[in-house]
Design a binder for this molecule. Structure first.
Ligand SMILES: Cc1ncc(COP(=O)(O)O)c(C=O)c1O
Length: 371
């Protein structure tokens, strides 16, 4: 087993109480399937598949081999005015599992980059359509959309915003959809679609014509797991359409079979204009993210630029990194050949039974304690 590092002073850990960590380090040295092992050899069940990343389990040889092969053939290629065939292959494969019409793909390396890229694409789209005044965004209380400046602005978790208020952009927040009556609800709560009216109210207060996009996680994932009430996402879709606002689903967690469909958009039967994704796109093995947009969004932006310059002045050194593309293609191959999305759907009921048996235990414990 790997030895503990001798000097831990130099790595500033993200989202971590570093002082506490130094007193009580928690390390993983190895992973396989659904388990981690600590440097001392203790086995730990990985109940959250990494950080919602490793949907096909840890240590997948198919991905390791694809990465190794790609590194030997083309380890890096720039994507500014250049490209490599493998990124087109991946974009086509992704559009094959995305909701119909979302078939133009922009690549980045993290969920945060995907969110900030989506913000810029919304702005570029409205400018292209002759509505440059649409610069405001709507998000939701308790939302998590990554930690870059756009995502920090969209954040509805106060601790993620508090220290950085000087740099955030113009975002108005709707309410989240959770209430106490939803405790122990199996599936989507019946009541709560009316909370989507917050978007209508915001449009009336600020002017719908000033709003570029509304960002939601179809299932909020960072502050608990908040499943949308029946009809809520549909209502957001209707109001967004009424005011010409782009609806963005941040599927960084919910993408790639987590709901039993490839994307939560398909599971809930609501097609947004933009979907952000990351994490399980490469099974967490190599950093990668993507933004999928409707064909007409990309077309509007491209057609609006007549000068000889890039249409979208945005991109990353590691956009569509060929090694990440190879990892993603191998991952999509595993999802397909092993039928993992269908498996998640078929296991859902058994899993819920298990979770609810805990809930009943907890409730009866509470009743016994209170009796
Ligand atoms: C919904 C959502 N959006 C964006 C992100 C940011 O992704 P990353 O940490 O890869 O930047 C996350 C991360 O958990 C997320 O859950």
């Amino acid at each position: 087993m790997t030895q503990m590092p001798i000097n831990m002073d130099h790595h500033w850990l993200p989202f971590t109480n570093n002082r506490l960590f130094h007193k009580e380090p928690q390390m993983f040295a190895r992973a396989e399937g659904v388990r981690y092992w600590t440097p001392e050899g203790r086995e730990i069940l990985d109940g959250s598949s990494g950080l919602f990343t490793c949907a096909a389990g840890h240590g997948r040889k198919e991905i390791a081999e694809a990465v190794y092969k790609q590194l030997q053939v083309l380890d890096y290629s720039p994507h500014f005015q250049r490209a490599a065939p493998i990124s087109f292959e991946l974009a086509e494969a992704l559009s094959g599992i995305l909701p119909e019409g979302l078939d133009r793909i922009f690549f980045g390396s993290s969920g945060s980059e995907a969110v900030d890229s989506a913000i810029k694409i919304c702005l570029a789209y409205h400018k292209a359509k002759g509505e440059p005044q649409r610069t405001r965004f709507v998000s939701r209380a308790w939302a998590y959309h990554g930690v870059n400046l756009g995502g920090t602005s969209l954040a509805g978790m106060v601790n993620n915003r508090r220290d950085f208020s000087g740099v955030t952009c113009d975002v108005v927040h709707m309410r989240h959809t959770w209430n106490e009556d939803q405790r122990f609800t199996r599936g989507q709560p019946e009541d709560g679609a009316w909370i989507a009216e917050d978007l209508e109210e915001i449009c009336k207060t600020y002017g719908g014509e000033t709003i570029a996009g509304v960002f939601v996680e179809p299932i909020a994932g960072s502050i608990g797991t908040i499943v949308p009430p029946v009809g809520y996402l549909q209502k957001l879709r209707e109001i967004a359409d009424k005011y010409g606002i782009l609806l963005v689903f941040d599927e960084v967690i919910t993408g790639f079979g987590r709901t039993g469909s490839a994307f939560a958009a398909q599971e809930f039967g609501v097609t947004p204009d933009v979907i952000t994704m990351a994490k399980a796109i490469t099974n967490g093995a190599i950093p990668m993210s993507a933004v999928a947009v409707k064909t007409e969004i990309q077309k509007a932006v491209i057609d609006s630029i007549t000068a000889d310059r890039p249409e979208l002045m945005h991109g990353y050194t590691y956009s569509a990194h060929p090694v990440a593309c190879a990892a993603a293609l191998a991952t999509l191959g595993i999802y397909k050949t092993e039928g993992l999305f269908e498996r998640a759907a078929s296991l859902s009921s058994t899993f819920l039974d298990g979770v609810f048996s805990f809930a009943i235990c907890l409730m009866s414990t509470i009743c016994v304690v209170m009796a």
